[in-house]
Ligand binder design. Structure first.
Ligand code: IPM
Ligand code: MG
Length: 356
């Protein structure tokens, strides 16, 4: 088993280092190989996703990814920006199914900006389609408008599109996932306005016929954004497109207290996967040793479960994270009175110790 370790930029290097410590402490047989990605790779090799890094990722059974991006690269041409690394990996490896669980740990109900009773026991799984939609749709670009409200003016455009098979396969992923949970799927669309999402809704409804044991409901994305903060516990599995999933998963993360707690998995049809925290590179706190490594450590647990067939090891990591939270250890993002504030490294080391 081979793991490609791609720490990236900003806090990426700090948090991935802690997840690697945890993986090593498990005493399992796998090889880990590190490569630069994002801005770090641009600095080292002139490209955010160098050939060597992409090849390593393709050969690996799983990829442990930190985060990419820093303001200092914002002026580069788009193909050279750090974000292209993660988009390129998703595209080249066909990582179409993105799992973003939002779980509110008992000890963190007070860290959420919502009332504790709304989030206590929360356990939602957002399944975001990750290789289609307006993120990848062609054509896109800038030009001079020939019609519209201001003919002759500069304009920019992107294309929202989904094909039937793309929707079918992500719908199946969602229904299968729901079978292992509370058997409810909410499909989020904007079928009242967009053709793309009318097809989405039609196809999800058709695929649902193969899963009569699963309850399906449809919700417009604006309403879903509202319901997530009004009554978040009404959701079990949420399935949606690439852009809506990007937005709703950030929103859902806040229900849990901190985006610093949210892991994610992005899988292709061979169960090869990329595992990364749902948060970004946070350049404002990079290098200060204060970033929360738990999202990355929990991503490593998802990696063991989904791609490396080591469910017991995954359970051990998740139990260890619960234990350190019960011990009252908190990075600044989840700190509250009468808990113990710790840094990135102390948190990682505490998880290693708690593995038992
Ligand atoms: C995410 C991020 C990425 C996305 C960016 C960094 C390209 O926000 O993984 O949610 O928009 O998908
Ligand atoms: Mg995002």
């Amino acid at each position: 088993m081979k793991i490609a370790v791609l720490p990236g930029d900003g806090i990426g290097t700090e948090i991935v280092a802690e997840a690697v410590k945890v993986l090593k402490a498990l005493d399992l047989q796998f090889e880990m190989e590190e490569a630069p990605v994002g801005g770090a790779a641009y600095d080292a090799a002139g490209h955010p996703l160098p050939e060597a890094t992409l090849n390593l990722a393709k050969q690996a059974d799983a990829i442990l990814f930190g985060a990419v991006g820093d303001w200092k690269y914002d002026k580069l041409d788009r193909p050279l920006r750090p974000e292209q690394a993660i988009l390129g990996l998703r595209k080249h490896l066909g990582l179409f199914a993105n799992f973003r669980p939002a779980i509110c740990y008992e000890q963190l109900t007070h860290a959420s900006s919502l009332k504790p009773e709304l989030v206590a026991g929360l356990d939602i799984l957002i399944i975001r389609e990750l290789t289609g939609d307006i993120y990848f749709g062609q054509p896109r670009g800038r030009r001079v408008a020939t019609d519209g409200h201001f003919p002759g003016a500069e304009e920019a455009f992107d294309t929202m599109r989904y094909s039937r098979p793309e929707i079918e396969r992500i719908a199946r992923v969602a229904f299968e996932a729901a079978r292992k949970r509370h058997k409810r799927v909410t499909s989020v669309d904007k079928a009242n306005v967009l053709e793309t999402f009318q097809l989405w809704k039609d196809v999800v409804t058709e695929v649902h016929k193969d899963y009569p044991d699963i309850e399906l409901d449809h919700m417009y994305v604006d309403n879903a954004a509202m319901q997530l903060v009004k009554e978040p516990k009404r959701f079990d599995v949420v399935v949606t497109g690439n852009m809506f999933g990007d937005i709703l998963s950030d929103e859902a993360s806040m229900l849990t207290g901190s985006i610093g707690m949210l892991p994610s998995a992005s899988l292709n049809d061979k169960k090869q996967g990329l595992y990364e925290p749902s948060h970004g590179s946070a350049p404002d706190i990079a290098g200060k040793g204060v970033a929360n490594p738990l999202a990355t450590i929990l991503s490593a647990a998802m990696m063991l479960r989904f791609s490396l067939n080591q469910p017991e090891a995954a359970d051990r990591i998740e139990a260890a994270v619960k234990k350190v939270l019960a011990q009252g250890l908190r990075t600044p993002d989840i700190y509250s009175e009468s808990t113990t504030k710790v840094g990135t490294r102390e948190m990682g080391e505490a998880v290693v110790k708690a593995l038992g």
